[in-house]
Write a protein that binds this ligand. Structure first.
Ligand code: NAG
Ligand code: NAG
Ligand code: NAG
Ligand code: NAG
Ligand code: NAG
Ligand code: NAG
Ligand code: NAG
Length: 899
């Protein structure tokens, strides 16, 4: 046990010093494996340096825990002059092991005699707060002494022997020069690596049960746990699991499975119980059936059998048997009941008999018996008061029944014993028989009821009047009490008295018979503003009176549809009386801006009333300015209206436009398109000029300040037909006006000059778009007479169509064309001829020809034309343009050939 004090915690172990001590004291299974070792310094040093030297090179400064360790150190260490520092010092006035921070206990201390003396002053720097050990000292070797910490001594250190894996399932415990393993429960071996085993065979499986084992350290080893369970309806004899303990034994014997037990049931009173228990009384699957004796009924549960369930509970509550009872038959008024048992115990077989009190009689069975189903064998009877039958009431009579004041207050029947009935007859009837009777025991009247007979009146007193008739009705018998005779008159006549004659109870008629008189209507009166004329054959306002009504002029009949009223047989006029109402015209006010002035107030505008009208400023009256109310309630003329003053729609000039607007200052929305103040501006289309005022304004009372202007097309200078040509103009807006187009052409022999040939147009500016062209005549070159010849031309100016003929002086003959023409191109039709000297033989002919020259020259043109016509088919066409190409042939030698 003393080794326990030498225990040192293994490095890194989290187990506290105390728990190791406890563990050691409990187990103390020691195995020496390795040792721990001591070391000391070669030099001296103060206590603090000595500790840090130890911690740097080894585990820590030596901590002495037992005397054996002291002995070992004293034997092993060499003697040093200043001895050795050990790992204990004073902290907060307590001597404390610095390695473990544990206070030194008295048992563990090994102070030298008189130590610790703390010779130096306490608390000062010189106080003796550290401990040295005397090694190999002459006196008290191995003991301790308190010393100043600053002194230099040899450091005494140790190195621990325990490693992290030194012990498997155990704690490592340091010992002198060695260590041991303290094994945990259930483990053994040098390194606590082996686990204790329990007997597997002892874990048996029970009937209707199973076992499940869990192993922590090995199959059926220390701390293995075997949990038992049972099938449904069975339960374990012990619920905790078996556990393998450190002593190689199981913690318990294996449990058994037993059928679940339900609470025991008992036979119900007044009934029976029958149980079938296959697994034992009231155990799981036991079934119990319940039944109740006759006169008892099952209660508290449904009728199903009960079964013990796996949960240990019955599947329903146990039923009980309750005795069936019949209801107490007492309570009906006047009923006296006598039963075989008390009222709360009226069970199967109990009987009750019945009777009634005085003056009452039993209605129903006089005894009943209680049956097994809680009902009485017969219906419970009732008691009825003794009574007389309802008395017969005589026709036209009345009965008054009452009980003598002395009898009980309210009988249960209408005619109890002792009741007295008196009879009376209605008016006009007489009683025959006993007027009174009484109800006697056991329910009979003392006499039979009387009868009532009707009285009669005199029939002869009912006479028929003039213009009338009578009709009688009988209630109880001919001309008897309450017979009624109703009188009536012919149409237009009425009775003075209207009620019928009636036969009274005193055998007299109520009145004398009445007479018939003509009907009277209400008196009529002449209507105001009219007249009335009546004809009354049967007296004023009587039946058949006729009245005719008429209204004066300006009045109209009102209040009736008819102007002739007749007094009818009903005594009423066949229509209501008419009245005459003054005819009024409707108030002509209301039209906007209309101001009217009438001769009488608006509600009294009658025949002859006049109204005159005017309009507000800026408006003009439309229609009559005065009207008169006519006899038919209409105004003589239609009521006028007021119209805003306005100008007529302005005429828009043709080829022009108009722009009208109101000055901004005027009212927003006028009612007319051209109100006063409207200003209209005019413009003309292109090529047109405005003539007149370009602007006008609508002035009071609706006139424009000027008439609208006109737009006229601009005029160009008049063109003239050119000499030697023609001009053709198209003037849509008038001669030489805007848009006029003129086309020019020159005659044959003339050519256009001075302008292009395009048409001319009159433009918006009033000028033609080009200058006018002219036509210039074309001239052929001037011709002279040939030598020895003469020339004779139709025109001194050689213009188009000028013809020149040539002749030669005698002795000369013409060579070439005798006749030349100026054509339209300005060319002569041929070369100028020459005159050649001719032979004499021919002179006669020549002279002859010469003589005929003049004739020839005159006829030559005609011949030429004829010749041309003859040859035209072969040579050229007269109309052809190509006639220029072939100048006309002149035949000078044969006149025949000319023709
Ligand atoms: C102490 O001295 C011994 C002997 O000279 C030597 O073997 C050892 O290494 C020294 N130890 C230290 C820590 O200097
Ligand atoms: C040592 O223990 C004391 C008192 O129990 C405590 O005040 C001190 O802080 C501890 N020192 C260390 C280093 O654990
Ligand atoms: C435990 O038992 C199982 C099955 O019998 C076996 O396979 C396994 O090796 C066993 N383990 C030990 C540690 O004996
Ligand atoms: C109780 O169990 C019995 C037998 O199985 C069954 O007949 C009966 O209906 C059950 N009763 C109820 C209330 O479930
Ligand atoms: C009332 O009687 C007169 C006379 O017979 C007849 O002219 C008139 O139309 C009658 N008026 C009405 C509303 O029947
Ligand atoms: C009309 O002409 C006047 C004066 O030239 C001008 O002030 C005004 O704006 C014109 N109104 C319209 C509608 O063109
Ligand atoms: C003048 O106006 C006509 C018709 O539009 C046009 O044919 C012609 O070419 C114009 N002449 C000139 C010189 O513009």
């Amino acid at each position: 046990m003393e080794f326990c004090f030498g225990l040192f915690p293994t490095r890194g172990s989290k187990i506290s010093w105390i728990s190791q001590m406890l563990l050691c004291s409990m187990l103390c299974m020691w195995t020496t494996v390795e040792s721990w070792s001591y070391f000391y310094s070669n030099t001296t040093m103060d206590w603090e340096h000595a500790r840090s030297w130890c911690r740097k090179h080894y585990t820590d400064m030596v901590a002495i825990q037992n005397q054996d360790e002291i002995g070992h150190l004293n034997a092993w260490l060499p003697r040093q002059r200043n001895y050795y520092w050990i790992g204990i010092r004073k902290i907060n006035d307590d001597w404390t092991w610095v390695g473990t921070n544990k206070t030194l206990t008295a048992e563990a201390s090994s102070w030298a005699e008189g130590e610790p003396n703390n010779r130096k002053q306490k608390g000062s720097r010189e106080s003796e707060d550290c401990v040295e050990m005397y090694i190999k000292r002459e006196t008290q070797p191995g003991k301790w002494n308190d010393e100043r910490c600053g002194k230099k001594k040899t450091a005494l250190c140790f190195a621990a022997a325990c490693k992290n894996d030194s012990c498997g399932y155990g704690d490592c415990v340091e010992t002198i020069n060695s260590h041991t393993c303290a094994c945990f429960e259930g483990f053994y071996g040098e390194k606590c690596e082996k686990v204790v085993k329990c007997d597997k065979e002892k874990v048996t499986v029970p009937y209707k049960g199973s076992v499940k084992c869990t192993h922590k350290y090995g199959n059926f080893s220390f701390d293995s746990s075997c949990e038992y369970s049972c099938e449904e309806g069975y339960e374990l004899s012990m619920s905790r699991p078996l556990r393998c303990t450190g002593s190689k034994e199981w913690s318990d014997q294996p449990p058994t499975c037993e059928a679940v037990q339900c609470p025991e049931l008992s036979r119900p009173e007044g009934g029976s119980m029958d149980c079938f228990a296959p697994l034992g009384p009231s155990r799981y699957q036991t079934t119990c059936v319940f039944a109740c004796d006759e006169g008892f009924i099952q209660a508290g549960s449904s009728s199903d059998p009960l079964q013990c369930e796996a949960s240990g509970r019955w599947n329903a509550t146990q039923p009980s048997c309750v005795a069936i009872t019949c209801q107490n038959p007492e309570g009906a008024p006047h009923l006296i009941t006598t039963c075989s048992r008390s009222s709360s115990e009226l069970r199967l077989g109990s009987t009750c008999s019945f009777d009634c009190g005085a003056g009452f009689v039993l209605q129903g069975a006089d005894n009943v018996q209680c049956s097994g189903d809680g009902r009485w064998s017969r219906a419970i009877p009732t008691c009825k008061e003794m009574e007389c039958p309802a008395p017969e009431i005589p026709s036209s009579g009345r009965i008054f029944c009452s009980l003598p004041l002395s009898s009980s207050a309210s009988p249960e029947t209408p005619h109890p014993l002792g009741m007295v009935c008196n009879f009376t007859c209605d008016e006009g009837h007489e009683l025959e028989g006993a007027p009174s009777m009484e109800c006697d025991h056991p329910g009979q009247w003392t006499s039979s009821p009387p009868t009532c007979t009707v009285v009669k009146c005199d029939r002869e007193e009912v006479t028929v009047p003039y213009k009338g008739s009578v009709n009688c009705s009988h209630k109880y018998g001919n001309f008897s009490f309450d017979s009624s005779c109703e009188y009536s008159c012919e149409e237009g006549y009425e009775l003075s008295m209207s009620r019928p004659l009636r036969c009274t109870g005193s055998k007299e008629w109520s009145d004398q018979p009445p007479t018939c008189e003509a009907v009277q209507c209400l008196e009529l009166s002449r209507p105001e503003g009219g007249s009335m004329d009546c004809f009354a054959p049967l007296g004023p306002s009587r039946y058949q009176t006729t009245c005719v009504f008429a209204c004066d002029e300006g009045f109209v009949q009102a209040g009736s549809s008819s102007d002739t009223l007749q007094c009818e047989a009903s005594g009423r006029w066949n229509a209501t009386q008419p009245s005459c109402v003054a005819i009024t015209c409707q108030n002509p006010e209301g039209a906007p801006h209309l101001i009217n002035t009438c001769s009488s107030s608006s509600s009294e505008l009658r025949l002859g009333s006049t109204c005159s009208f005017d309009c507000g400023a800026g408006f003009v009256l439309q229609g009559a300015d005065t009207v008169q109310c006519a006899g038919d309630g209409r105004w003589s003329r239609t009521i006028p209206t007021c119209k805003e003053m306005e100008c007529p729609a302005p005429e828009i000039p043709s080829s022009g436009r108009i722009f009208c607007s109101l000055p901004l200052s005027s009212s927003a929305s006028p009612e007319t398109p051209h109100p006063l103040g409207m200003v209209c501006n005019f413009t003309c289309d292109e090529g047109h000029e405005l003539e007149g005022a370009p602007s006008m304004e609508c002035d009071h009372p609706g006139q424009w300040t000027s008439s609208p202007p006109t737009c006229t097309a601009v005029q160009c200078l008049e063109l003239t037909r050119p000499e030697g040509g023609s001009m053709d103009c198209f003037a849509p807006l008038g001669p030489s006006r805007y848009q006029t187009t003129c086309v020019f052409a020159c005659d044959e022999g003339f050519v256009q000059a001075g302008s292009s040939s395009d048409p001319l147009q009159c433009e918006a500016s009033g000028r033609w778009n080009a200058t006018q062209p002219s036509c210039v005549a074309l001239r052929c070159p001037s011709l002279e007479a040939p030598e020895n010849g003469h020339i004779n031309c139709s025109n001194s100016d050689p213009v188009f169509n000028t013809q020149c003929s040539f002749t030669c002086t005698p002795e000369y003959s013409l060579d070439g064309h005798e006749l030349l023409n100026c054509d339209r191109h300005g060319n002569w039709t041929g070369e100028r001829p020459t005159c050649q000297a001719s032979p004499s033989k021919l002179s006669a002919i020549t002279s002859g020809v010469a003589a005929g020259g003049a004739l020839l020259s005159g006829l030559s043109l005609a011949f030429w034309i004829l010749k041309r016509l003859k040859l035209r088919k072969d040579t050229f066409e007269l109309s052809s343009n190509s006639d220029i190409e072939a100048p006309p042939q002149v035949y000078k030698n044969s006149l025949d050939s000319l023709i």
